[in-house]
Design a binder for this molecule. Structure first.
Ligand code: GDP
Length: 333
């Protein structure tokens, strides 16, 4: 597999104590996605020799029979479950049934097969958007299910919560070492840059890039610009996942974030300064703001010795560089 150039930019530490085997087969679900591909890069860099992957065409994770046969054949020792149907505020609001069905099924099948075939350890990835809409900030792990969900992504959240609770249930009933982590909003290489379904970072990178190409003076940012969000580079998340696979075995979920947030207005200004400093930002208040604030409390993870390394400005610049490298030559700026 080709080592992408951005790996060289963000060198990760070698953690001294190893716990999971580098030679045993480890299955990364969703390896073509932003999170899955970052995991494959991180595991390769850490010396894992037997990383198992399956494309959507090879294995429909919503199909229990197919997933069972795959696990019977490949016999993974470890699983990092990064697959899922994901999207930004607009996609979640307009396709709730898809988000609910796909994710319920994907999580049910993989956890069931992993338990049945005796997988030694599985890491399930939740999401910060599954915490209650108005819970206190920063969000501590124990606030899960303490209040109503944000309506723009409640279908996705219900499915992810079901997956998280399944990890606990398999652990209780069968003693499976299934752990879970709650990543904050992520960005980085292999993000989805489609404006109808993307999250805010790739959307704004694309919007400022296109405006610069077209010489358009203004860029529309959805909502009021007031909601606050926390962002983590996906290479940091992948590093945290390896850290947890190596040294976390508890039932309690653990937040993975940068521990700092900013207003969408400030994010837009940061991206504008990187991509198209001459642009004027205008706010489209006909689009939803979503949850007012989403900042994870990362005390639990910090106490165990992990913290993020890629600061937002450098991470955004790297993400934009990656985006530019993917563009046809005629549209590079
Ligand atoms: P959320 O964190 O689940 O709300 O998901 P998003 O990443 O899609 O949106 C985060 C915030 O960015 C919301 O307040 C959006 O209204 C705001 N936002 C501003 N401009 C955009 C845009 O062009 N696309 C998206 N997806 N969100 C935007």
């Amino acid at each position: 597999m080709r080592t992408p150039p951005f790996l060289a930019t963000f060198a990760f530490p070698c953690y001294p104590r190893r716990m999971i085997s580098r030679t045993a087969p480890i299955f990364v679900t969703g390896h073509r996605g932003m999170v899955g591909s970052a995991l494959v890069r991180r595991l390769s860099a850490a010396g894992f020799e037997n990383i198992l992957t399956a494309t959507r065409q090879e294995l429909d994770l919503r199909d229990q029979t197919a997933v069972d046969s795959w696990f019977d054949r490949e016999r993974p020792e470890y699983v990092i479950h990064a697959a899922g149907t994901v999207g930004g505020i607009h996609a979640n609001r307009s396709r709730p049934a898809d988000f609910l069905y796909d994710n319920l099924m994907i999580h049910a099948t993989v956890l069931h097969s992993a338990c049945r075939t005796g997988v030694s350890k599985l890491l399930y990835l939740g999401s910060s958007c599954i915490y209650p809409r108005d819970c206190p900030q920063p969000i501590r792990e124990e606030y899960l299910l303490s209040g109503p969900l944000e309506p723009t992504n409640d279908a996705y959240a219900i499915a992810k919560i079901a997956g998280l609770k399944s990890c606990e249930a398999y652990r209780r009933q069968f003693g499976c070492n299934f752990i879970s982590a709650m990543p904050t909003n992520l960005y980085g290489p292999n993000d989805n840059f489609d404006l109808n379904s993307s999250h805010v970072v790739p959307a704004l990178i694309r919007k400022f890039h296109d405006a610069r190409l077209e010489g358009a003076p203004k860029v529309a940012v959805w909502g009021t610009g007031n909601p606050r969000r926390e962002f983590l580079h996906v290479d940091d998340l992948a590093d945290a996942c390896l850290f947890l696979m190596d040294r976390y075995d508890e039932a309690a979920t653990i937040n993975v974030g940068a521990g700092e947030d900013l207003a969408i207005r400030e994010l837009a200004e940061l991206i504008r300064d990187i991509v198209y400093p001459e642009a004027e930002i205008v706010f489209d208040s006909s689009m939803p703001d979503g949850t007012p604030r989403k900042l994870l409390d990362v005390t639990r993870l910090h106490a165990r010795g992990w913290r993020h390394r890629i600061e937002l400005r450098e991470g955004l610049a790297a993400a934009y560089q990656w985006f530019c490298e993917q563009q046809p030559v005629a549209t590079q700026v």
